[in-house]
Design a protein around this ligand. Structure first.
Ligand SMILES: NC(=O)c1ccc[n+]([C@@H]2O[C@H](COP(=O)([O-])OP(=O)(O)OC[C@H]3O[C@@H](n4cnc5c(N)ncnc54)[C@H](OP(=O)(O)O)[C@@H]3O)[C@@H](O)[C@H]2O)c1
Length: 345
């Protein structure tokens, strides 16, 4: 062996020898972190960081006086979030297509908070009518003079096999769940950029990380949301981004889901985790209260789910192939089969 090689070999051996305890220590740390996370999946309904912030971070009272624009505020998560934010003293713009439902949400916001008439604006809007969004942003700014928080929440899910789904449905879903969100964001972005502040909150989904069966296009739209706003955050340092990945939440999401055709009848039967009781499905109120924690503490991504959904989210980061296999075995295959049968009847 050459003298130089021998020296390099000796030095490398010494370094490895001395760093072994450090490597062991690091490996032990990673293992403990993993075990804590997995255990928490079955005892808590948010990721580790979110749970720590819920206990010791801002509870949302720091948001008092801010102005938040919530899309999809007429039901489910958006509705519950409106009440949570109203109680924290956040002024609101409530948007979606159903004006009457929005008016009811507005009434309840005023009833349960210290907000006054002028603090809650109902602004009907179709997310797929892109041309109207700039006008909507102008109305909001002329009423409140500012928007601090935009919550991109409106959206529809899907219950159909990809092979049976018409391209019109694929397009309508993408238009609503991703292009619609981008359009509203772009309508208010110049205002946030000029102010050098703003917070965009995106309601993605667990299937935005771990793809879900019977929801190929929906999963794609929710992945797109995380990808888009993940990249957006690098380019827009003055704007805070919070990406939210909820698991199953009780709402109107299933009855409003797209079927395989645009004119397919509405769903009555869930065929999803949402029907499997409280251990699978959380309330919109709980989901909204955790979103408030995430917003108040400016967390960049949060996972709001529990049990199997959280376990799969964690596992998917470490071992995607194994996770997909577990998911198929535990309920994926069964869900596909039961959906197939329901279509035959
Ligand atoms: N529930 C869950 O299990 C779950 C899990 C993960 C993620 N999410 C996400 O959470 C968000 C809220 O869903 P949700 O569970 O609260 O369902 P939801 O009760 O059906 O609410 C959906 C909201 O979106 C609005 N919307 C639908 N199409 C619209 C359009 N073209 N223009 C404007 N608004 C429209 C609806 O209002 P109008 O009908 O009045 O327009 C409604 O307010 C969605 O993005 C969903 O993907 C839900």
């Amino acid at each position: 062996m050459e003298t130089r090689t021998a020296i390099v070999f000796t030095i490398a051996s010494v370094i490895v020898l001395f760093s072994l305890p450090i490597l062991h220590f690091l490996a032990f740390g990673v293992m403990i972190f993993f075990i804590v996370n997995v255990t928490m999946a079955f005892t808590h309904d948010g990721d580790l960081l979110l749970m720590l912030y819920e206990k010791w971070g801002q509870d949302g009272s720091n948001l008092k006086g801010k102005v938040a624009w919530i899309t999809g505020a007429s039901s489910g998560i958006g509705e519950a979030l409106s009440y949570e934010l109203a109680q924290k003293g956040v002024k609101l713009i409530l948007s979606s297509r159903r004006e009457q439902e929005l008016e009811q949400v507005r009434e309840r916001c005023l009833q349960f908070s210290e907000l006054t008439d002028n603090d809650v604006l109902v602004l009907p809007m179709d997310l797929r009518n892109y041309e109207s969004h700039k006008g909507c942003a102008d109305k909001v700014l002329s009423h409140f003079k500012k928007v601090d928080i935009l919550v991109n929440n409106a959206g529809r899910s899907q219950r159909a096999f990809a092979a049976d789904t018409s391209l019109e449905v694929d397009k309508a879903l993408m238009d609503l769940n991703i292009i619609g969100q981008l359009s509203v964001t772009k309508a208010i972005l110049p205002h946030m950029t000029a102010r050098k502040e703003g917070h965009i909150v995106n309601i993605s989904s667990v299937v935005g990380r771990v793809p879900g069966e019977l929801s190929c296009t929906y999963s794609a739209s929710k992945h797109a949301m995380l990808g888009y706003f993940g990249a957006f955050a690098y380019e827009n340092k003055d704007i805070s981004i919070t990406n939210v990945c909820p698991g199953p939440v009780k709402s109107e999401i299933v009855i409003n889901a797209f079927g395989n055709k645009l004119d397919a009848p509405k769903f009555k039967d869930d065929h999803s985790a949402a029907e499997r009781g409280p251990s699978f499905c959380m309330t919109a109120e709980r989901c909204a209260s955790l979103i408030v924690i995430a917003v108040a503490n400016k967390l960049s991504e949060v996972w709001i789910c529990k049990n199997l959904a959280m376990f799969l989210m964690l596992m998917y980061q470490w071992a995607p192939l194994l996770t997909v296999w577990i998911k198929k075995k535990v309920y994926g295959d069964e869900r596909v089969e039961s959906f197939k049968k329901s279509q035959m009847n």
